[in-house]
Design a protein around this ligand. Structure first.
Ligand code: IMP
Length: 422
């Protein structure tokens, strides 16, 4: 495949960063297509830790062009801080002139709204929702405007008038025009050389037969349209959203690898049907280091839920799977895998549209034999214990998707290719 999307099939944190970092080695371009600095993962290279929130995962390879596409919302300060850590390294990066800018009032209103909600969403408070709201409302500031001093001043003056009236309503302090204008003009000066029409750049690369990897953030169940609304983020992490969010024709996207943990996790609020509360949750959380990269919150943990994977395949499109953190399950006698839900006395095999129904779903499990062996040193599918092979094969049969990749640890060497797809 010349173009491939890396998609989260659960609620984010599936290990997409690790799979993207691995596949990025085979890419010419790595393109982030949605979200902002609500995402996050760490790459360790030559003993140095790089925490990436906004920048695509190809940034540590000097031959790769990294693109922040039009579907993203960008916090310039966060982005510049990430770039600072790369000082002394050679890298290539471009930012879409159509990407929206996260402004201080977005972060302020994100926090205010969360504090007032009875049924909290548990957002990352990075201003993501309010930035996308302004985009839809047509009052956002795009990167192309930020780097144009005259346009930026005009827009900011008009917008702050409206944001100040909202702040007054909430009894919150007003926004300081001079401070925001000067600070953001300084960011603009630093980011200006990177801003361009990235749709043109990506399309030209595809025409030249270059390999393009599209890097999703979050996961399908956090999709604004197909996720567990309202407990979702404000963009679409699915492969189906890539054409719109990057300016590339749908028929130029050849495949989408759905990344799934060998179990399920979720941060923030909202239903998680297979959630575990006993010592097994503790075992998986500690062994899998299930604490958020962006917020440090402990992640909720549950058994693998194949209804979610089938939902991700149907609603956003998947051509194969990458199963991560398989090693974390070693040492458990029995594993449960969710294959359906009981809802009001009926067996269903889909994610209901109403959150109230989803909350009422009780998982229907199939029990599979666990394995005791440490599999972290495995370098090929054939070396896996029979029970692990049976676990992967059960996932394939139930979802109708091949497991193209699996991973047994954080190192690049611990990512194992079963089928060459890219
Ligand atoms: P927001 O994206 O900050 O608006 O948060 C909305 C929901 O998405 C919350 O439940 C967050 O915890 C969740 N979320 C956002 N980004 C990520 C991520 O990268 N991983 C996991 N959950 C996320």
């Amino acid at each position: 495949m010349q173009t491939l999307v890396v998609v989260g099939t659960q609620w984010g944190d599936e290990g997409k960063g690790k799979i993207t970092d691995f596949l990025a080695q085979r890419s010419d371009l790595v393109v982030r297509y949605q979200g902002g600095n609500n995402a996050g993962h760490t790459i360790v290279l030559e003993g140095i830790k790089y925490a990436l929130h906004t920048i695509p995962s190809g940034i540590l390879s000097e031959n790769i062009m990294n693109v922040l596409a039009n579907g993203m919302v960008i916090n310039p300060k966060g982005l510049l801080n990430e770039l600072k850590k790369l000082e002394g390294r050679k890298y290539h990066m471009r930012i879409s002139d159509r990407a929206h800018v996260i402004m201080p009032y977005h972060m302020a209103f994100d926090a205010i709204r969360e504090s007032k909600l009875k049924d909290k969403i548990g957002t990352t408070k990075k201003g993501i929702g309010p930035a996308y709201t302004d985009k839809a409302e047509r009052s956002g500031i795009r990167m192309g405007e930020l780097i144009n001093p005259i346009l930026f001043k005009e827009k900011l003056t008009e917008i702050l008038e409206h944001k100040d009236s909202l702040a007054k309503l909430y009894g919150e302090p007003l926004f300081d025009f001079d401070d925001i204008y000067h600070t953001y003009s300084d960011y603009a000066n630093q980011l200006r050389p990177f801003v361009c029409n990235t749709s043109k750049l990506i399309n030209e690369a595809i025409e030249q037969k270059k390999k393009v990897l599209f890097e999703g953030a979050q996961g399908t169940l956090l999709c604004l349209d197909h996720g567990t609304y309202p407990f979702v983020t404000s963009s679409s992490p699915t492969a189906a959203s890539v054409p719109l969010n990057t300016g590339v024709a749908p028929w130029l996207i050849y495949g989408a690898i759905g990344v799934t943990k060998a179990y399920t996790t979720r941060v923030g609020e909202g239903p998680l049907p297979t959630e575990l509360f006993d010592e097994k949750a503790h075992y998986i959380r500690e062994k899998g280091h299930e604490y958020g990269t962006t917020t440090g919150r402990a992640r909720r943990v549950g058994w693998l839920d194949l209804v979610l994977i089938k939902h991700a395949k149907r609603s956003g499109g998947l051509s194969g799977l990458a199963v991560t953190l398989l090693d974390v399950l070693s040492g458990l006698d029995e594993l449960q895998v969710c294959v359906g839900y009981m809802l009001n006395g009926n067996l269903i095999d889909e994610v209901p549209g109403l959150i109230e129904d989803f909350k009422a779903c009780k998982p229907v499990y199939r029990a599979l034999k666990g394995w005791q062996a440490d599999i972290t040193q495995v370098t090929a599918y054939e070396q896996l214990p029979d029970e692990t092979k049976a676990y992967l094969s059960f996932i394939e049969t139930e979802t109708g998707l091949p497991v193209d990749i699996f991973s047994v640890g954080p190192d690049r060497k611990q990512t194992i290719i079963v089928n060459e797809i890219f």
